[in-house]
Ligand binder design. Sequence first.
Ligand SMILES: C[S@@+](CC[C@H](N)C(=O)[O-])C[C@H]1O[C@@H](n2cnc3c(N)ncnc32)[C@H](O)[C@@H]1O
Ligand code: SF4
Length: 445
Amino acid sequence: MTDVLDDAGAPAAHRPPTVSTGGLSVIGYVDERSIHAVSGWIWLPDDPHAQPAFEVVLPMPDGSTQVLVRGVATNPTPHLQSQGVGNGKNGFSVVLPRLLTPEERDRVEVRADRSPWPLPMSPWLKTEYQPIGYVAMDIVNNCNIRCPFCVYDYKDTKNTKFMTDDTFETVLRIMPYTADGCFWLSCLHEPTMHPKLLEFIQRVPPELRRKLMFTSNITKRLPESFFDGLARSGMDHINISFESNQPDVYMKMRKGARYDIFKENRAKLVAAFAAAQAEGIKIPKLRYIMLAYKSNAEELPELAASLAEEPTTFAVQIRDTMPVPHIPKDFVESEFLDRPGWERLYQRVKPLLKGKVTLFLTPAYLEGKEDAVLLEDSEPVTAPPPPAAKLAPGIHQTVNLRIEWDGTLEVQGTDVHFQDPAWHLRLVKTKVQFLRDPLQFLTAL
Ligand SMILES: C[S@@+](CC[C@H](N)C(=O)[O-])C[C@H]1O[C@@H](n2cnc3c(N)ncnc32)[C@H](O)[C@@H]1O
Ligand code: SF4
């Protein structure tokens, strides 16, 4: 079975060595070699307009070789061509006829037609089959509080719905196919509302826990055992939303929350993470996310600096608000920072920006601030593209999944490099429970 599916190439800046054999020069890389697929690119500089044929072979222990797939490299590689490599159609991406064992995967080679030598492996060789950029899941449909700036409009949410054990069990089958930290247990809503949040995390096989992350307001009273469990969970990261240390400002932003409960929870969180850290346990990366407003702008630089000093803190991110239309007009008028307000905040935060603190700004405010970060590059609150750095160079197209509490699953197309304006394209809507074979479903997309 031969199937040329996708574009795959590496930047010319990392041009591989030419393999010269029997008068045939071959340039190329294998970018991905997983148990399920192989991709890369090939170019014959002596015959620059040829579309090179290739074989994916499995060398056998007895010295023979098994040809798994034959194909022709024709996938578009404009990014290579723009750097002077190839003719613009040198990519290949093939799905293997069967799933390999990890040991077989590590033996697989790609050879250009007529060449006895294998293509070199890319320095960024991807060995896990991860066709999903990120999975933005929610295990509930609600929040315990009502922040005025919230990206989600709760006006029609009357009851709280919880993901069932059975639905979570079916979701587990998708987890292997995304990168570390890219399987979210919360996106739009509040995960600690689910009484089984920690139990769900602990039900994930230990080798997959590094895929997990969630964002929380930690405003529901939570026991020490919960934070202790998180500290030892093996999750990749946890985001904590934190706008102010002043009770009145905090409770204005996190409407419905009690500052004293948040403070108590945060103390338990830091203590549990510090204790696990002292035992040599790899704790989840702890990131604080702060939205900047007129009420907290003065306080933010000092608060960010003090959080950054805590050994359990991995990062502190100060962000702008996504201006969704349902945010009350009076909140927008009284709280949104204007350009001078952002300028002042930037100047005050600037000394911190080379450490754990990052200021995320919208394009309108970014100009000339090389040490700040474009807001769209961050893990978003709705449906962001994944950090491109986590993907192997050359893998340009990926899909993202949105999963709701009841298993409703939406596949969204994306261009991780933002070259396609339809990056959020809704491709398929179904239920995760309906997927008999998630791998087959993903490969058919
Ligand atoms: C939608 S919330 C869900 C998780 C949790 N309830 C919380 O607030 O931490 C995820 C993150 O998005 C942030 N957020 C909420 N509304 C936003 C908006 N309009 N623009 C930018 N970020 C927003 C929150 O502060 C939080 O850090
Ligand atoms: S805590 Fe999070 S989900 Fe809840 S209202 Fe605030 S921003 Fe929205």
